[in-house]
Design a protein. Structure first.
Length: 723
């Protein structure tokens, strides 16, 4: 009776099918696909004719949440990152900017609030224990009167303590500060995760300011020193940020190692990067170009960055007479616009784009990105975007172009997710159809034959994949061996070049001490000095690997050696020996094929993350081998300590070089083998479960007909491709 009831309901539904109209958005297609599957689930549940595992599978499809795409925003304080974000998101007062002495001091993540109309800030704070340790470290820096004292760390320590506890707090002892009323208040109220929510953007910004802002004008009561990170969720921006996260990365030089280096680790996570610099300093400023120069590994082989936008800000700030003279503008050029200032702005914008692009073309970044679309230059005026009195057309501010970039990226991600959902839904319907009773005799024998062949094909496909991994492994081993030989020959000279030659004076004495204390790495607060001995020692290994590594793990596109291509070729649905006219065979193959596609798509995304572990394993291994040397070298004090550090570093590198570089080689090969095991296990376990699911369905009953739902999903697929 249940089956008949389901049939009557379906006849009623089919009468409205002719009224279906083409859908115009990706969101509508996704919503309709989900409605179709919800109806299928309801009818199967009502009919009591389907195993609960398939209903669970349909329900699980709604719970899939893919990782959002991250866009990292880098640039030094004062160059207009916050203003840029406010303009792009059309929220003028969202992030603090344009106030004297103010800057965003911590990692700020901005994403869409998809649940309601409130502005929400989720603030992650240090625990009380973490802050007590941090505070002791800060006061240790303040009390250091030796000539080895690090001025960058001293400046940061003063900044943090006065920001939180008020002016002259750095002049007190730790015990005196603990007895202060302000200290007691902070101790009792400021060491938990905090959530701020408000419907009004201005009130919200005021509430959040003390956790993300720093001001030299009124020290005290600024809680950012206690903050690890802030996630801000904003409403009404689905089209820009539904699948995208914007991460504003602050400067470096923090006393706390949890924050120090965050800009670099976040860069490695970025699929897209915005480098921000004021237009008058865009070419000569060291900071934006330093990010590119020193982080090529994170952007390319060791990361997943697909594109860089270089954004020149503050284009509205221009001295017209001075620019006319320096640019030697002709009368014709000067009068190309009624407003002389606009003429100068547009002229400077055009030349800035050309100059930055030319410098990018000449930089090492070309080793990673090969097409013009991989990096773009924008000239932005956030102020003029909001203020029509400045007479710049919105398009001339380049803000609409950046917004269009976000919309396009967001739409493409949504389209991909919708395509995946629709394809998986069609696969599930094929599984349901595979158990329909038809004119075949020996249904059970046919099913057993199909599944036997699928299991055999799985074994063969895994063996072929294993062979492909072996070929790639041999390539890696060969290149690594070449790198080991070159490293053994040059490592002592490399170390001397970094820590001895042309390195003198009191400042470098402190830099070298900081490098040893920080495990071989030093980056000054304003990024004008960058030293990384571990990276320098790993250079030959990385250079020998680079070309083949890019082919094996391309950021985008595929080559013959690409691991992604080897996974894409993986399939178990070919050469199934059962009768090719069998409807059961066709439906089971469709189901298995969609399961394969889902698994392979997930693995290809995982590979992008895991390749970072593989690539960085060389440098991490070297750092580990050098750790005890760094610790001993950092302990030297007094007269002659710099020379002792230098000698110890050089002697240690020479002494352990053979073992150190061979270990680095083996660590990378081990990491690659772990990836192989992970991929094989994921494919094998996932497909075995899918085969078992298709095999477990009963064949002696008549299930509901889902042919109309299949046709609907096919139409949705066609409409999706035409959008």
């Amino acid at each position: 009776m249940a089956s008949q009831g389901t049939k009557r309901k379906r006849d009623h539904e089919s009468s409205s099918s002719s009224r279906e109209t083409p859908l115009t958005t990706v969101m509508e297609i996704m919503e309709n696909a989900k409605k179709i599957m919800k109806t299928v689930t309801y009818n199967l549940d009502q009919a009591f004719m389907m195993h609960s595992d398939i209903i669970s599978k349909i329900n699980q499809m709604d719970k899939v949440r893919k990782k959002k795409v991250t866009i990292g925003i880098f640039g030094k304080s004062g160059d207009g990152k916050s203003s840029l974000l406010n303009a792009v998101l059309k929220k003028r007062d969202l992030l603090p900017c344009d106030s004297y002495g103010a800057c965003t001091a911590i990692v700020t993540q901005v994403e869409a609030n998809l649940d309601d109309a409130n502005y929400i800030a989720e603030i992650e704070l240090f625990s009380k224990e973490e802050w007590e340790k941090e505070l002791k470290d800060l006061f240790r820096v303040l009390s250091d009167e030796s000539e080895d004292r690090n001025d960058d760390l001293l400046e940061t320590a003063v900044e943090k303590i006065t920001a939180l506890y008020g002016a002259d707090a750095d002049k007190k002892t730790l015990e005196e500060l603990k007895n202060d009323d302000k200290f007691a208040k902070i101790e009792t109220s400021s060491f938990n995760k905090k959530t701020i929510s408000n419907f009004n953007v201005t009130e919200f910004a005021n509430d959040v300011a003390s956790y993300i802002q720093h001001s030299e004008v009124s020290p005290g009561g600024w809680y950012w020193p206690l903050v690890k990170s802030v996630t801000i969720k904003i409403p009404d921006c689905h089209e820009l940020l539904e699948h995208i996260v914007l991460v504003d990365i602050p400067g470096t030089g923090d006393c706390n190692k949890t924050r120090d280096g965050l800009w670099k680790s976040n860069l490695r996570e970025c699929s897209f990067v915005w480098i921000v610099s004021a237009i008058n300093r865009a070419i000569k400023d060291k900071e934006p170009w330093g990010i590119l120069k020193h982080c090529i590994e994170e952007l390319g082989p060791g990361g997943k960055c697909k594109r860089i936008n270089f954004i020149c800000t503050k284009t509205d700030e221009i001295n017209v007479p001075g620019y006319v003279r320096s640019a030697r503008l002709t009368i014709h050029q000067f009068k190309m616009n009624k407003d002389p200032k606009i003429s100068c702005i547009l002229h400077r914008n055009e030349h800035a784009k050309t100059d930055v692009k030319e410098r990018l073309d000449k930089s090492d970044i070309k080793k990673i990105f090969s097409t013009d679309n991989d990096f773009q230059v924008f000239t932005v005026s956030s102020k003029a975007f909001f203020d029509p009195k400045l007479n710049l057309e919105p398009l001339d501010t380049d803000i609409p172009k950046l917004q269009d970039d976000l919309r396009t990226l967001n739409k493409n991600i949504k389209r991909e997710q919708t395509r995946d959902y629709v394809n998986e839904a069609k696969g599930v319907l094929s599984l349901i159809q595979s158990v329909q009773k038809d004119t075949e005799k020996k249904t059970n024998e046919t099913r057993d034959s199909i599944h036997r062949d699928l299991k055999n094909n799985l074994k063969k496909a895994l063996k072929e994949l294993d062979n492909s991994f072996d070929k790639i492994n041999r390539i890696l081993e060969q290149r690594l061996s070449e790198g080991v030989d070159k490293s053994n020959q040059s490592c002592v000279a490399t170390t001397k070049d970094l820590i001895v030659l042309n390195r003198d004076g009191r400042r470098f004495h402190k830099i070298l001490q900081s490098l040893c204390k920080n495990g071989g790495y030093y980056l000054s607060k304003n990024r004008d000095v960058y030293l990384d001995l571990n990276k320098a020692l790993a250079k030959n290994l990385h250079e020998c690997l680079q070309e083949d590594f890019k082919k094996i793990f391309p950021v985008s596109g595929k080559t013959g050696k690409s691991l992604q291509e080897e996974i894409d070729k993986f399939s178990i649905t070919h050469s199934v020996s059962a009768n090719s006219r069998s409807s059961m065979l066709r439906h089971i193959q469709k189901f298995i094929k969609t399961e394969e596609t889902k698994l392979k798509g997930s693995l290809n995304r995982e590979i992008i993350d895991k390749k970072k572990i593989i690539y960085s394993s060389i440098q991490e291994s070297i750092k580990k081998e050098m750790a005890s040397c760094y610790k001993q070298a950092a302990a030297f004090t007094g007269i002659g300590s710099m020379k002792k550090r230098q000698e110890m570093l050089i002697t240690t590198v020479d002494k352990i070089k053979h073992n150190m570089f061979n270990k680095a080689k083996m660590e990378m090969l081990k990491s690659f083998n772990n990836l192989k095991l992970y991929i094989k296990y994921d494919l094998e376990s996932g497909l075995k479960a899918s085969i078992a699911l298709s095999q477990s369905q009963p064949s002696n009953i008549k299930l509901m007909d889902v042919s109309r739902e299949t046709e609907q999903l096919e139409r949705l697929s066609g409409q999706l491709e035409r959008l």
